[in-house]
Design a protein around this ligand. Structure first.
Ligand code: ATP
Ligand code: MG
Length: 285
C-alpha cells in the first residue's frame, strides 16, 4: 500500500497532465470478448509507455479477475462506504498497469454525500494526474448501468462479433449512445471474425445502417480473428498479449492500441472526475 502511495505521489509531482482518456469497452450482446479486449488493450497501451488503469465496472461477475487471475480484495464499494481509500484498493497488475474493481459497490456511488464525496473527488483528481488511459470493462447490454458508463465518457469502444444478433445489439447500443451523447466518439472492434474481410463487412454493414437511421458512423479500428490461442490464454488466466505475444490476436490488439494512442485526444477529455461525476448523476435518478 505504501509503495502505491509513494508511486502515486511521485507521479503526481511529475507535473500537470491533461485529463486521462477514459475508454469504456461495451457491447450490446454478452460474451463477445469485451473483457479480453479491455485487459489486453490496457496492457498494449502500457507497452506503449502509457500509465494505464483498468477498472472492472461489471456489476455482476468479476470479469477481469477471470482473465488475469487476480482477485482484488477490495472494490469501490469499500471506498464509498469509507472503509478504504481509493489508493488502498488499487492492485498492481502485469507490466505495471493498475487494477480497480468496481464490483457491486459501483451502485453505492449514488449514496455518497458530504465530506466522503469530497474525499473521493479529491482522490480522483490524483488518479487523473497519474493515468494517461483508464480502460473500463463493462457488463452486458443496454441495461441502465452499462449505458450510464457508456454515456459517462466520450470515448466508447464497442465490441461485436459477426453474429447477426451481436450486430443488431451493437447497433441498438450505438444508436442510444449517439442519441443521448452527440459528442460521443464511438469506435468499433469486430471480434472472432473468420477473416479480415468478414470483419470489414460487419463494420460496413453497421455503418450503412447507422448512416441511414442515425446519420452517424462509428470508427472501425480493427478486428480480432477467432483464434484458439485466445481461449487457451483464458484457460491459463494469462492475457494473450503476455502468453502468446506473437498470436494474431496480440498483433491486432497492438495495432488497435497504436491507433488509439496515436489519435490526438479530444481537447476536453472528460477525465476520471468527469466520468464519475456523470455516473453519479445517472445513479441519482
Ligand atoms: N478472438 C477470440 N477468439 C476465440 N475466442 C475468443 C476470442 N475472443 C473471446 N473469446 C472467447 O469468448 C469468451 C468470452 O470472452 P469475454 O469474457 O472476453 O467476453 P465478454 O464480452 O467480456 O463476456 P461478458 O459479456 O460475459 O462479460 C471467452 O471464453 C473467450 O475465450
Ligand atoms: Mg466480460
Amino acid at each position: 500500500m505504501r509503495d502505491q502511495a509513494v508511486g502515486l505521489r511521485k507521479l503526481v509531482n511529475k507535473g500537470q497532465k491533461s485529463n486521462s482518456r477514459v475508454i469504456v469497452v461495451a457491447s450490446g450482446k454478452g460474451g463477445v470478448g469485451k473483457t479480453n479486449i479491455a485487459v489486453n488493450l490496457a496492457l498494449a497501451l502500457r507497452q506503449l509507455d502509457n500509465c494505464v488503469a483498468l477498472i472492472d465496472v461489471d456489476l455482476g461477475l468479476a470479469n477481469v479477475d477471470i482473465v488475469l487471475g487476480i482477485t482484488p480484495p477490495y472494490n469501490l464499494g469499500h471506498v464509498f462506504r469509507g472503509e478504504k481509500t481509493l489508493v488502498e484498493i488499487i492492485e498492481d497488475g502485469p507490466l505495471g498497469i493498475k487494477l480497480l474493481a468496481g464490483g457491486s459497490g459501483m451502485s453505492e456511488l449514488a449514496n455518497l454525500t458530504g465530506w466522503r464525496l469530497e474525499q473521493f473527488v479529491k482522490s480522483l483528481d490524483e488518479l487523473n494526474r497519474e493515468f494517461d488511459f483508464v480502460v473500463l470493462d463493462t457488463g452486458t447490454g443496454i441495461g441502465q448501468n452499462v449505458l450510464s458508463f457508456a454515456l459517462a465518457t466520450d470515448e466508447v469502444l464497442v465490441v461485436t462479433t459477426p453474429e447477426p444478433t451481436a450486430i443488431t445489439d451493437a447497433y441498438g447500443l450505438i444508436k442510444v449512445v449517439f442519441q443521448r451523447n452527440p459528442q460521443a466518439q464511438i469506435r468499433l472492434i469486430v471480434n472472432m471474425a473468420r477473416n479480415p474481410g468478414e470483419a470489414e463487412a460487419v463494420a460496413e454493414k453497421l455503418n450503412s445502417v447507422l448512416r441511414e437511421y442515425v446519420q452517424r458512423e462509428v470508427e472501425y479500428i480493427g478486428y480480432l480473428l477467432d483464434e484458439q490461442q485466445v481461449n487457451r490464454a483464458v484457460g491459463q488466466q494469462v492475457p494473450f498479449l503476455l502468453s502468446y505475444p506473437s498470436s494474431m490476436a496480440s498483433r491486432s490488439i497492438k495495432r488497435i492500441a497504436n491507433i488509439l494512442a496515436g489519435e490526438v485526444p479530444q481537447d476536453a477529455a472528460v477525465g476520471i472526475k468527469g466520468f464519475f461525476s456523470r455516473v453519479y448523476q445517472f445513479f441519482q435518478v
